[in-house]
Design a protein around this ligand. Structure first.
Ligand code: NAD
Ligand code: IPM
Ligand code: MN
Length: 359
């Protein structure tokens, strides 16, 4: 079959550790399903700052653009935390999303039955939770003008939040489409009681809603949503929201699943091209110790198979392998109730690889 090109960006901290496990899974699916993948590694983030003087080297972007999809670990760490903006790993992350036109970030949060005890919430509250955060990724306060200036009371800082109608329309349409293929429920989350960008957001949502009469729409203010996610998580299907609210709510949603080490994501534009990365960061507190949970990255690879390549059988096989390994009781320490029985990053990766079968 056709060779698929994947740009691989390991990044910093636990990034290389979790990406290595996903690459084992990739190799196994090649053997099992007869796919042909060509991977190319690219420098990005803190390591790129150290080696090339910029978090997002031009040739890294070229490698990403010439690939069919990108697999990304994570970037950032204390070493670069006091750097000026252009020499920060996070600036590279925003840059790559913008440069590749990835305005839509899908972050599914599914509670595995056997992991209900890994969450800090009560099992009966988590029962049946299966939601998808659709996060706008290339607009809002992340990308608005920023400045430092002298104000009346000394130095002050400004971050500007801007959204135009086109940006809101395209993400909201994607969210309605996704809801239509799931359980036909959409929660649009904003702060329309205070923010002008949120009032524009809500107008656009209400204008598009009649095109999707089968989708039940609710508007939820973001503070209330943060609370409802803990009170009635299983009642949510698709949540669509702006960039920063989506960032925050998806980390909160991660804890429903037991750990942020479980949460995968897909960043998409208009076409099938995509960048796939775990929701978590570089976790400097556990980096280099074999403690990282690789499941978020492995499930991100499954999303790549499904959403960019249309390899549904392999995507499902990876997800089934993850479920099987968890059902058998294997846990990395972040999801282990008894931490003394926890297994390492590579052990988890190996178990999942061994459990992948062709249906
Ligand atoms: P983080 O997600 O890296 O870590 C938060 C907590 O979750 C830590 O205690 C960490 O040990 C734990 N954790 C995260 N991933 C885990 C995994 N796979 N297995 C087990 N435990 C895991 O968030 P942070 O500590 O706020 O940020 C650390 C750095 O990562 C910062 O520089 C931040 O900017 C960066 N960051 C990068 C990305 C990205 O690359 N997409 C995302 C978020 C944060
Ligand atoms: C994420 C991260 C990034 C974000 C940071 C590291 C720029 O938290 O991918 O969720 O805020 O988008
Ligand atoms: Mn985040």
């Amino acid at each position: 079959s056709e060779v698929k090109k994947i740009a691989v960006i390991a990044g910093d901290g636990i990034g290389p550790e979790v990406v290595a496990e996903a690459l084992k899974v990739l190799k196994k699916t090649e053997e099992l399903f007869g796919y042909a993948f060509e991977t190319e590694q690219a420098l990005f983030g803190g390591i790129a700052i150290d080696e090339r003087g910029t978090p997002l080297p031009e040739d890294t972007l070229d490698i990403c653009r010439s690939a069919d999809a990108v697999l990304l670990g994570a970037v950032g760490g204390p070493k670069w935390d006091n750097n000026p903006k252009e020499l920060r790993p996070e600036t590279g992350l925003l840059g790559i999303r913008k440069a590749l036109g990835l305005f839509s970030n899908l972050r599914p949060a599914v509670v595995f039955d056997c992991l209900k005890d890994a969450s800090t919430l009560k099992p009966e509250v988590l029962e049946g939770t299966d939601l998808m955060v659709v996060r706008e990724l290339t607009g809002g306060i992340y990308f608005g003008d920023k400045l430092r200036r002298q104000g009346e009371f000394g130095e002050e800082a400004v971050d500007t939040c801007v959204y135009n109608v086109t940006e809101v329309e395209r993400i909201v349409r994607q969210a309605f489409e996704i809801a239509g293929k799931r359980r036909n429920k959409l929660a649009s989350v904003d702060k329309a009681n205070v923010l002008e960008t949120s009032r524009l957001w809500r107008e656009v949502v209400n204008r598009i809603a009649p095109e999707y009469p089968q989708v039940e729409l609710e508007h939820v203010l973001v503070d209330n949503c943060a609370m409802q996610l803990l009170r009635r998580p299983s009642s949510f299907d698709v949540i669509v929201t702006e960039n920063m609210f989506g960032d925050i709510l998806s980390d909160e949603a991660a804890m429903l699943t037991g750990s942020i080490g479980m949460l995968a994501s897909a960043s998409l534009g208009e076409g099938s091209y995509g960048l796939y990365e775990p929701v978590h960061g570089s976790a400097p507190d556990i980096a280099g110790q074999g403690l990282a949970n690789p499941i978020a990255t492995i499930l991100s690879l499954a999303l790549m198979f499904r959403m960019t390549f249309g390899y549904e059988a392999a995507a499902a096989a990876i997800e089934a392998a993850v479920a099987e390994v968890l059902d058998a009781g294997h846990r990395t320490s972040d999801i282990a109730v008894d931490k003394s029985k926890a297994i390492s990053t590579t052990e988890m990766g190996d178990l999942i690889v061994a459990a992948i079968r062709k249906a």
